[in-house]
Structure formats: structure tokens, C-alpha cells
Design a binder for this molecule. Structure first.
Ligand SMILES: Cc1ncc(COP(=O)(O)O)c(C=O)c1O
Length: 437
């Protein structure tokens, strides 16, 4: 239960006491599975998938949260996946996705590819995997065309195009423009089409993704740019993809995007292209963050409360080895407290910096871009209380590491109030597996 009012479907963005997640007790979760612990709310994931029902295809950018149970949940919602590595291809297969499309997409639409490999290169392993399994490829570099043609003559491909501009919540998540290595430069398209034709590959898909967390005005610019490139490619196109980047509100005052306005804009592009080409086009969206961010929580335990001069610090047992976004991007995550003693009244909010256990001064959850330590208003906390870091379901566990030889945390999925362990915590043996003295 959160004690602040929140719009339905949106977690509390104010300092709060949180005693449960999706109907499961935070204290019980910590007691049963230990801390730090990732917890996902299955119903929130379903809700976010259904928000996007207007699109022909919702393709989950699984890099955001690739636990098999989450992928299986996506599959049960009719959501397909993107894979950026051989490992992600294997995850998708293990979650029950077929490697390639069954014939017939329904309603005159082309069949949907259950898994698309999207990358700027093939390493040798991924080229082998896509060739062997017949996985559709979204090429982010022209050199991939001949490499694929040699292994899979006559394949259909998607082109990922860099439209010459980009946006993102941080320079590191901006994936368009000259500063980005991603995609095929928009001015290179005529040359790339000649290369595809020469190699005997048909360009059936067009994809753009300019950055994560970009606002809708910027995301909409992509639509105009994609339309121009689609006309250059012509009638071989059967699918267009708006990419990902749909923002979620992390900070107080931020709101959800206008999803229906965004769809309308893309649908209009699709219809104009259909009129020009004389056949139906599949319209895809490829979100990562939007589908899982709000479902995820990290439960940590407060292990020390101390003052450094005038500043108060809470030190918890999760660090940037557990959740890297604050140290990587200066990202803001809402936090709430679950007191160890549920009868103790929460006393007024105080400004604290929150850090982790790592032997690194940058191991701070309350930091801004550039690494400056800031503070957060939280109810007074004591050693043994649980601190819940919220909106951590995207780019959370997937970026966790073994730095400082810390084991990867466990992951739990809560559905209908029932918590299920979906990845066990690593053990000390896991940490040295494969090493020799
Ligand atoms: C090609 C591609 N598609 C989709 C996404 C998902 O972005 P987001 O999580 O912001 O929706 C990414 C993220 O980097 C990406 O690189």
C-alpha cells in the first residue's frame, strides 16, 4: 500500500511508506528471498502491453528486462520480441518464441516475425545463429547485407536508418544523429539499396529508433523522416517500425505520453504509404522501458545511517552493481520506506543521500547527471528498515554486474498477490564458476 494518492496505474512519486508490492508484503518478500531483491508486478506489465493494443505489433525490446518469466508473460500478451545478441535470441527461444514467422499475417498484413535480430554488426556467433534459425535481421550497418546474403541467399531484411537527428534522456541513450553509431545514415540509402539488390536481398522492413525517453514531439519527427525513406525504398516494404523510446514518468510532475496521439500520427504515415504502394503495411512499435519500468522494484535493506558533516546518508545493501541507471545517467528513481517495525509511526521526511555498499564513491542512488550527490526527502529511516527503489523494471537487473564480487540479486514475479521466484540469487560458487587458480 502506498500512502500517497497516485493516478491508477502510476506508482506514487512522493516520499512514501510502502508495505506491499502488487498485494505481496515487502517485509515477507525480503524475509523469504533476501535483499537486494528485484520484484516485478505482472499485472502492471499486462496493463502496459494492453495500452498499446492499437498497434499491429508490439515488439518488446527485451534488453530492458529479459528474465524468461517476463518474456513468457509478454508472449502470453501477444507481444513479440527484439533481440540484440545471440544471448537474447536464446532467451526468446527459451521463453517459447518461434524463431521465424508462420505464413499469413491475417487481414492482408504480412506475417509477423516473432524475433527480430537488431544490431549494427553480426559477431560471428550471431551470424551463425540467425542463419541457422532463420531469424529476421534488422541491419544497422550496410556491411551486414553482404555478410547475411552469403549465409542466407534471398533473405528479406529490415533496414535501421539513422535519420540524422536524435534525442534521449541522456547523451548516452541518444541513438540518432552524427554522434550515434547506430543505424544506416539516411543519405546512404540509395547506395545501400543498390548493395541489397546486388546481394539479392529484399528490403521488407524499415525501422528507426532515435533515443530512449525522448518526448513525443521528437519521437513524432521520426515519423516524417521514416516516410521519406520509405518512399525511397518503395513497394518491397511490408513493415514499418516506430522503434522504442516511449517515456515513463519517473519524477514528480512527469506524466505519461499521449499514446493515442502518437498512434494516430504513425497510423497516418502508414495509410499514406499504403496508398502509394497499393498494399497493406504492418505497423510496429518497439518499446522497452514503457512495458516494464513501472512494474519493477528493488527491495534493499538499510544497513547504516550516518552523517558526513551536515549531510545524512542511508547506506543500503544494493549498489550500482544492482541498479546502474543512477551512476550511468544520473537517473532519478522514486524511493519509499518499509519500516522494520510496522507499528512504529513514520516520522517526518528528512533529506538524505542514499548510497550502496561498493568500494566506489560514485555508488550513490541520489545523484544527478555528472555524478553530483543530491538528497531525497524520505521518512526517518533506521538500520533494518527496507528501502524500496521504484520504477526499476527497465534497464535494472539486465545491467546488474558482479562488481566487487557481489552476487546478482534474485528476481521475483508477483501475480495476483502470489510471489514466484523467477531467478535465484547467485551463490559464492557462481561467482568463481569457470575460473581456475
Ligand atoms: C533498437 C532499439 N529499439 C528499442 C529500444 C527501446 O527503447 P526504450 O526502452 O526507450 O523504449 C532500444 C533501446 O535502446 C533500441 O536500441
Amino acid at each position: 500500500m502506498t500512502t500517497t494518492a497516485s493516478p491508477p496505474g502510476q506508482p506514487g512519486l512522493q516520499p512514501v511508506i510502502r508495505t506491499s508490492i502488487a498485494g505481496a508484503s515487502v517485509a515477507d518478500l525480503a524475509r523469504t528471498h533476501g535483499t537486494p531483491l528485484y520484484v516485478y508486478d505482472a499485472e502492471m506489465i499486462r496493463r502496459r502491453c494492453r495500452d498499446l493494443a492499437a498497434w499491429d505489433t508490439v515488439r518488446f525490446a527485451q534488453k530492458a528486462c529479459s528474465n524468461l518469466a517476463v518474456l513468457a508473460l509478454m508472449r502470453s500478451e501477444g507481444v513479440v520480441v527484439d533481440a540484440v545478441s545471440t544471448g537474447e535470441i536464446h532467451r526468446a527461444l527459451a521463453a517459447g518464441y518461434a524463431p521465424h514467422a508462420a505464413p499469413g499475417g491475417g487481414g492482408g498484413l504480412p506475417p509477423v516475425h516473432p524475433i527480430v535480430y537488431t544490431a549494427d554488426i553480426f559477431d560471428r556467433e550471431s551470424l551463425e545463429a540467425v542463419a541457422k534459425l532463420g531469424i529476421h535481421v534488422n541491419c544497422g550497418s550496410a556491411d551486414m547485407i553482404e555478410q547475411l546474403a552469403e549465409r542466407v541467399p534471398g533473405a528479406g531484411i529490415t533496414l535501421r536508418v539513422n535519420p540524422g537527428f536524435g534525442h534521449g534522456h541522456s547523451q548516452k541513450t541518444n541513438t540518432g544523429g552524427e554522434g550515434s553509431k547506430h543505424g544506416i545514415w539516411h543519405e546512404e540509402i540509395p547506395d545501400v539499396l543498390r548493395r541489397a539488390e546486388w546481394a539479392g536481398l529484399a528490403v521488407t522492413g524499415l525501422h528507426m529508433h532515435i533515443g530512449s525517453g525522448a518526448d513525443l514531439v521528437h519521437l513524432a519527427e521520426v515519423a516524417g523522416s521514416l516516410e521519406r525513406v520509405a518512399l525511397e525504398i518503395g513497394r518491397s516494404l511490408t513493415t514499418i517500425s516506430a522503434g522504442g523510446g516511449l517515456p515513463v514518468p519517473y519524477k514528480p510532475g512527469e506524466v505519461h505520453a499521449d499514446l493515442s496521439g502518437y498512434f494516430t500520427l504513425w497510423d497516418a504515415v502508414r495509410k499514406r504509404l499504403e496508398d502509394r504502394f497499393g498494399h497493406r503495411l504492418r505497423l510496429e512499435i518497439e518499446p522497452g522501458r514503457y512495458l516494464t519500468a513501472e512494474s519493477g522494484f528493488v527491495i534493499t535493506e538499510v544497513r547504516a545511517v550516518k552523517k558526513q558533516g551536515a549531510r545524512k546518508y542511508l547506506l543500503v545493501d544494493a549498489g550500482f552493481n544492482t541498479l546502474a541507471r543512477p551512476v550511468l545517467y544520473g537517473s532519478y528513481h522514486p524511493m519509499s520506506l518499509c519500516p522494520a517495525d510496522p507499528r512504529a509511526p513514520a516520522t517526518g521526511a528528512e533529506e538524505v543521500a542514499v548510497g550502496g555498499p561498493l568500494c566506489e564513491s560514485g555508488d550513490i542512488f541520489t545523484q544527478t547527471d555528472g555524478g553530483f550527490v543530491s538528497t531525497r526527502a524520505l521518512p526517518a529511516a533506521h538500520v533494518g528498515d527496507l528501502l524500496v527503489i521504484e520504477i526499476a523494471g527497465a534497464y535494472g537487473f539486465v545491467m546488474a554486474s558482479n562488481y566487487n564480487s557481489k552476487p546478482l540479486p534474485a528476481e521475483v514475479l508477483v501475480d495476483g498477490g502470489v510471489a514466484r521466484l523467477v531467478r535465484r540469487r547467485q551463490t559464492p560458487e557462481d561467482l568463481v564458476r569457470g575460473e581456475t587458480v
